[in-house]
Design a protein around this ligand. Structure first.
Ligand SMILES: O=P(O)(O)OC[C@H]1O[C@](O)(CO)[C@@H](O)[C@@H]1O
Length: 653
């Protein structure tokens, strides 16, 4: 039998005699290699003498033996950090995977002490982590990883207004948006809380004027309908909260006679849908854009402005259009009175902006400010917990660590968000942006390519709808860690005579059943005992051992919606901090945007001057040509100011 090949690095370790002397210490191979490797985390993060050794000429055999590239050593010397995957805590968890692979949730769930330890509670929220593939040691090791990543320091830095969004040189202070009036949160030496409350007070007064009818449209009618134009973070968060509040009895009562619509997509179909059956005279338009430059939002804003002015005249803009932005200069240039603009700050990331005027204004217009204030209070309850609770009982921290465990160690790149509550139908799309735009990164904060994947693929649907859709794959196909979210007291109650349980209880029976079905599965023995025909047994077997976690809320009110939001926001940040990435920038969305600009220029030239396309590859040229040759509803070069009325009801010339 042939001897197994010795890896190159190992050969170097075996054959290359290394002797490095520094500060009176003598290092020899293989002990030195081993020691350096084992203590890699502290070595990488702090040991300047180790770095000196590695940078010196004499270190070269050691450098080769450790297989540390030259650029990495220079990077470390200039203050860059090694990826967390090179730390001892990470290696320990990698090792620990083997232990976990020898367990099954069916057995782990028998251990009541373990389960008790993994069920956490804070301010009415119960988080059950017992169906995660973890044992006591796993949590300890994950907490070591958190320490290695300096998680507590990162949390403190966020609340202290440090510019942790380094690539944009900004603080990350969305928590300040929901801070009580008397809280002090500094950014660049200034307490931002008073400025936050100035805007909230302005929204309170303005929304009250609109809702009470003391602010009237240009023809003297009350403004009962609101169209909020915005995309991405300027849309998904507000839509999530609106959907969650819509059926809550107090909110529904407060919204009587009012409509709130969102217009996000630049697709004219979305314009038609958003404006369907609306009357310009009774409609208030809120343009929501942090930058006020987003192409889709600005075209939609111009389109809807045309819809308003074509019916009511240019003067109507001051009564029918307001804006939310950090770019008040562009708001003014668009023609909106600065008095009708609601500002926020560059330390609020778009996907974290629902608690700024981005969400608060449209929601206050629909439900009244008092309800929205409770939503902010709920979010702050979690903020306060996040910044002060010890890591081992800190809900967002534990949730984040479980996700890192699943993604980076158990090899599960996706996560399903499964609220058993129709009012949370827009939670998954919102968290999809919060999570995937934040953590879908390829390089560390230092700009070094990461040797592991970050982020996860988030998707979800409310139960039980999802059960009749993609759960098949979750039960018998791929392993997708699931978040089950249940509500104790439903927003609506229905209990029919003669039924075994109320409608909400029926829903929740599924919530409880699914988590155990995934954890336990179904064995061959059980199927045999049920006398299932042999040929069907493989098809009816469930491997089980599929991890999930459950979040149980006492009810779904504005307050708990706020809690849920903050829980997810901070969980995503925790994951990013562990992975060592910047969760608060989003450079990855830029390339597509600029290429669309190139297509736009050529499309205009082709349509108006019949100029041939140039600079595109064969495939794009072929499809673009086919598109340009095809039938279109609109004629160039003779643009209409409005769309034909059959396409867009309300666009009558
Ligand atoms: O609010 P804005 O500036 O219009 O940006 C909208 C969205 O576009 C993005 O910049 C990128 O898609 C998001 O981060 C942001 O929420």
């Amino acid at each position: 039998m042939q001897a197994p090949a010795v890896p190159a690095v190992q050969q170097q370790q075996q054959h290359c005699p290394i002797s490095v002397t520094s500060s009176g210490s003598r290092f020899t191979t293989p002990a030195v290699v081993q020691a350096f490797r084992l203590s890699s985390s502290c070595f990488f993060h702090s040991s300047s003498s180790s770095l000196r050794i590695l940078r010196s000429r004499a270190d070269q055999p050691l450098r080769r033996a450790l297989s540390i590239p030259h650029h990495r050593i220079e990077a470390m010397a200039s203050g860059q950090h090694a990826p967390i995957s090179e730390s001892a805590a990470w290696a320990d968890l990698k090792q620990h995977v083997k232990t976990i692979e020898g367990t099954h949730l069916r057995n782990l769930m028998q251990d009541n002490n373990r389960c008790e330890e993994l069920i956490k509670e804070y301010d009415g929220i119960v988080v059950d982590l017992s169906r995660q593939r973890v044992i006591h040691d796993t949590v300890d090791k994950l907490l070591n990883l958190a320490e290695e990543a300096k998680l507590k320091e990162k949390i403190d830095q966020m609340f202290d207004g440090v510019h942790i969004n380094e690539t944009e040189n900004r603080s990350v202070l969305h928590a300040a948006l929901r801070a009580p009036r008397d809280e002090v949160i500094n950014c660049d030496g200034q307490n931002v809380v008073p400025a936050v409350w100035d805007v909230l007070d302005k929204i309170d007064a303005f929304s009250d004027q609109i809702r009470s009818g003391s602010w009237l449209g240009s023809t003297g009618k009350p403004l009962t309908d609101v169209v909020a134009i915005g995309i991405g973070g300027s849309f998904l968060g507000p839509l999530f909260v609106h959907t969650a509040m819509q059926t809550e009895p107090g909110c529904a009562q407060a919204a009587k006679g009012r409509r709130l619509r969102f217009l996000a997509n630049v697709d004219p179909i979305d314009v038609a849908r958003a404006l369907l059956d609306l009357n310009q005279e009774t409609t208030l338009v809120v343009i929501v854009s942090k930058t006020f430059t987003t192409a889709e939002t600005m075209l939609n804003a111009r389109t809807v402005r045309t819809w308003i002015t074509s019916a009511l005249g240019v003067e109507a803009v001051s009564k029918h259009m307001v804006a939310v932005s950090t770019n008040l200069k562009l708001v003014k240039e668009f023609g909106i009175d600065p008095a009708n603009a609601f500002g926020f700050w560059d330390w609020v990331g778009g996907r974290y902006s629902v608690c700024s005027a981005v969400g608060v204004l449209p929601l206050a217009l629909q439900y009244g400010f008092s309800h929205v204030k409770k939503f902010l209070q709920g979010a702050w309850s979690i903020d306060d917990h996040f910044r002060s609770a010890p890591l081992e009982s800190n809900l967002p921290v534990l949730l984040g660590l479980m996700s890192v465990w699943n993604v980076s160690f158990l090899g599960c790149p996706a996560r399903a968000i499964l609220p058993y509550c129709q009012a949370l139908a827009k939670l998954a799309p919102h968290i999809q942006q919060v999570s995937m735009e934040s953590n879908g990164k390829g390089v560390s904060l230092d700009g070094v390519p990461l040797p592991f994947g970050t982020g996860e693929i988030d998707f979800g649907e409310p139960g039980t709808n999802g059960q009749h859709s993609f759960y098949q794959l979750i039960h018998q196909g791929r392993v997708i860690p699931c978040d089950f979210i249940g509500i104790i007291k439903s927003q609506q109650s229905v209990y029919l005579k003669g039924e075994q349980v109320s409608n909400h209880d029926e829903l929740m029976c599924n919530f409880f059943a699914q988590a155990d079905a995934l954890a336990y599965g179904k064995t061959r023995e059980e199927l045999v005992a049920e006398k299932v025909p042999e040929a069907l047994i493989p098809h009816k077997m469930f491997s089980g051992n599929r991890q999930s976690l459950s979040i149980l809320l006492p009810n779904l009110t504005p307050y708990t919606v706020g809690q849920l939001l903050a829980l997810y926001e901070h969980r995503v940040a925790v994951q990013g901090w562990i992975w060592g990435i910047n969760s608060f920038d989003q450079w990855g969305v830029e390339l597509g945007k600029s290429l669309a600009g190139k297509v736009r220029t050529q499309m205009n030239a082709a349509r108006t001057k019949t100029q041939p396309l140039s600079g595109f590859n064969y495939s794009t040229t072929t499809l673009l040509t086919r598109y340009l040759q095809g039938k279109t509803q609109l004629l160039y070069p003779d643009p209409h100011d409005v769309f034909p009325s059959n396409v867009l009801p309300g666009f009558e010339k």
